[in-house]
Design a protein around this ligand. Structure first.
Ligand code: COA
Length: 262
């Protein structure tokens, strides 16, 4: 069904691998289309409680496809950027946690894809950067927006204005990634993290994601009101009764995992 991405499921954990290693998993129209379709499938499959995103070969994603972008005019360029941003936003707002397992180059659109995920784990071999200004363009899949939100405007401006490529350790120091692991341990670390998350109430994890993501865009008073509303919503779920009931009865919680409905 997919030709440029690989889709696997290990129990409740979905693993989406960008699988176009000859071009370092560069995001061309076809890869973007398949990524978009796969995210729609993830949304429909209520048995998935966490998603891992990674890349085949030596790159996570080496950026949007430069050859495909070369002939674009202004209108096509705007549409290209808006389309990538729309797909990445869909990933960011998925009602399940998404972990980027950054195995290699995460440049331009690759770094932007990783930033649309909730948590980034990096291989010691990973490299990060927004090299677009060297190509005569700005970051176009939300890099100018997510990078400063993630690491602060000064560090984001330094990376974007210089286009420099940094290693995994520096990315960790900047707060771009949570953890750096040996290359051979990357997928196990991502699966372990996903496994630790899916043991909990999926509804509560999804609501926590929404509270964090939406709350960060609001003034503090509005953000606190949003949190209170979301907190209240938890009490509609069977998982709240089970989680708290299990604590009171001194037994492990037995969640019947259900995906939160919008
Ligand atoms: N778009 C299109 N093709 C790309 C690509 C991209 N973003 N990144 C890599 N490729 C292709 C190369 O053109 C090459 O294909 P070819 O063999 O047909 O020429 C293939 O992937 C392998 O890349 P190559 O440059 O030979 O590998 P390398 O190990 O020498 O260098 C990089 C790796 C990542 C440093 C280098 O490929 C690079 O700088 N890529 C572009 C990064 C970038 O600017 N991204 C932002 C885009 S907006």
């Amino acid at each position: 069904m997919y030709t440029l991405i690989k889709w696997e499921k290990e129990g409740p954990i979905g693993i989406l691998t960008i699988n176009s290693p000859d071009t370092l998993n560069a995001l061309n129209s076809q890869v973007l289309k398949e990524l978009d379709a796969c995210i729609d499938d993830v949304l429909k499959d209520e048995s998935i409680g966490a998603l891992i995103l990674t890349g085949e070969g030596k790159a996570f994603v080496a950026g949007a496809d430069i050859k495909e972008m070369l002939p674009l005019d202004a209108k096509e360029g705007e549409e290209w950027g808006a389309n990538g941003s729309r797909i990445f936003r869909k990933i960011e707002t998925l009602p399940i946690p998404v972990i980027a397992a950054v195995n290699g180059f995460a440049l331009g659109g690759g770094n932007e894809l990783a930033m649309a995920c909730d948590i980034r784990l990096a291989s010691e071999r990973a490299k990060f950067g927004q090299p677009e200004v060297g190509l005569g363009i700005t970051p176009g899949f939300a890099g100018t927006q997510r990078l400063p939100r993630l690491i602060g405007p000064a560090a984001a401006k330094e990376l974007i204005y210089t286009g420099k490529i940094i290693g995994a350790q520096e990315a960790k120091e900047l707060g771009l990634v949570s953890r750096v692991v040996a290359p051979e341990e990357l997928m196990d670390a991502a699966k372990e993290l996903a496994g630790a998350i899916v043991k909990n109430s999926w509804n509560a994890v999804a609501l926590s994601k929404k509270a964090i993501n939406d709350g960060l865009q609001l003034e503090i008073e509005d953000a606190l009101a949003l949190e209170a509303k979301i907190f209240g919503e938890c009490f509609l779920s069977p998982e709240q009764k089970e989680g708290m009931g299990a604590f009171v009865e001194k037994r492990p919680a037995q969640f019947n995992h259900t995906r939160r409905k919008e």
